[in-house]
Design a protein around this ligand. Sequence first.
Ligand code: NAG
Ligand code: NAG
Ligand code: NAG
Length: 479
Amino acid sequence: CQGGSDSASPAGTMAQSRALLLLLLLPPQLNLGPVLAVRAPGFGRSGAHSPSPEENEFVEEDPVLVLSPDEPGPAADCPRDCACSQEGVVDCGGIDLREFPGGLPEHTSHLSLQNNKLEKIPPGAFSELSNLRELYLQNNYLTDAGLDNETFWKLSSLEYLDLSSNNLSRVPAGLPRSLVLLHLEKNVIRSVDADVLTPIRSLEYLLLHSNQLRAQGIHPLAFQGLKRLHTVHLYNNALERVPSGLPRRVRTLMILHNQITGIGREDFATTYFLEELNLSYNRITSPQVHRDAFRKLRLLRSLDLSGNRLHTLPPGLPRNVHVLKVKRNELVALARGALAGMAQLRELYLTGNRLRSRALGPRAWADLAHLQLLDIAGNQLTEIPEGLPESLEYLYLQNNKISAVPAHAFDSTPNLKGIFLRFNKLAVGSVVESAFRRLKHLQVLDIEGNFEFGGVSKDRGRLEEEEEEEEEEEEEETR
Ligand SMILES: *[C@@H]1O[C@H](CO)[C@@H](O)[C@H](O)[C@H]1NC(C)=O
Ligand SMILES: *[C@@H]1O[C@H](CO)[C@@H](O)[C@H](O)[C@H]1NC(C)=O
Ligand SMILES: *[C@@H]1O[C@H](CO)[C@@H](O)[C@H](O)[C@H]1NC(C)=O
């Protein structure tokens, strides 16, 4: 606004009168002092601790529940060393607390107690806090014995509870029914009993990754009736099979980095709503994947089987997936018809296997009418695959042993935008330039690291370096 001071401008006046209105609506017993600041938004998930680098290993973006953007400020009736605001935000995070703080204001709606040294929560500590909606207790030393089945029970408005990075070995009993998001990751949890989660009918997100769960530790009825539960993180545990009794409405299931050796016929027989299934970095072998295992997963959009021990692309893969990743297995073949009927597939990753050209007949891709990206880098191909679908836009073939680009190599794929042939065995005379002539949309053609005339040893060295780098990157990504 030009010229006028803030208070004179219409916006300024409005903000002021709104602040005044707020003041008038507040309970009269509150001593507000000089606090009349207009709140800054963007506080978001108050008290979320930023993980240390080693904790940070393959952290998914945790689901964020932003309830209200309050900032703590001074107020009366605040525990020692904590900061409180009249909106009910109480911040006692990171102040070396060993004992639970007394004198919490009754209207507390957000309570931050993370990054302290709490081993227990005394009985009745939360019994007055019926307005509490978010409770942050991550990064303490809480043990099973430090909580009882009534610790959280009275928190009838609690929607967000973070108990991650503590010393819990089981899911605490008596959690409030109102919870929407429950963080329990990075504890030492070995068991989820039958009736600890089932009363939490509002639960949508359950984060149990980086614990010590084996399949037996999860009671088959543990998730029964949790109709809103759509996101379950179980990665980095010790599951040796897919746990039975998965929540029926689960849409995202992250079960990577466990020790699962196979997928049984009934493992996913009731999870009709599954959209994203990540089974990467387990120990799944081809004979252990039942050919009907995925039959009910009609809504599945993304399946990740990377980092397992598959030697053929198993038959019976879900037909409607858009993204299929089978990187870093031991694939030497695609089972006959493995990709049949996958007309929805957009992206297929077969990177880092042992596929040879003869394992990929032109019929392999016949049904992939919407395939846009095909990644077969890091295999043992000697030729550019034939019969690729017309829809294809990106073709990754680097780090193979391809020795020629014949004139008709890309006749079936006029829509290619990127071709990656880096580090193959192309020789100068073996690339027919006219092969690229029809590719009107081509933006990237990467053929570096070929044509080894003369500087053989130099190129070799570079190739190895590059492979190592890629491996490191990949490991970073998946650790
Ligand atoms: C807690 O456990 C005690 C003893 O087993 C039981 O009497 C009580 O009803 C339980 N409370 C809740 C809230 O489950
Ligand atoms: C909590 O776990 C840490 C690390 O696992 C351990 O050093 C500590 O002794 C445990 N504390 C309690 C109270 O069990
Ligand atoms: C599966 O999880 C890993 C690790 O977070 C991730 O890199 C990968 O992209 C996921 N797969 C899919 C298909 O999203």
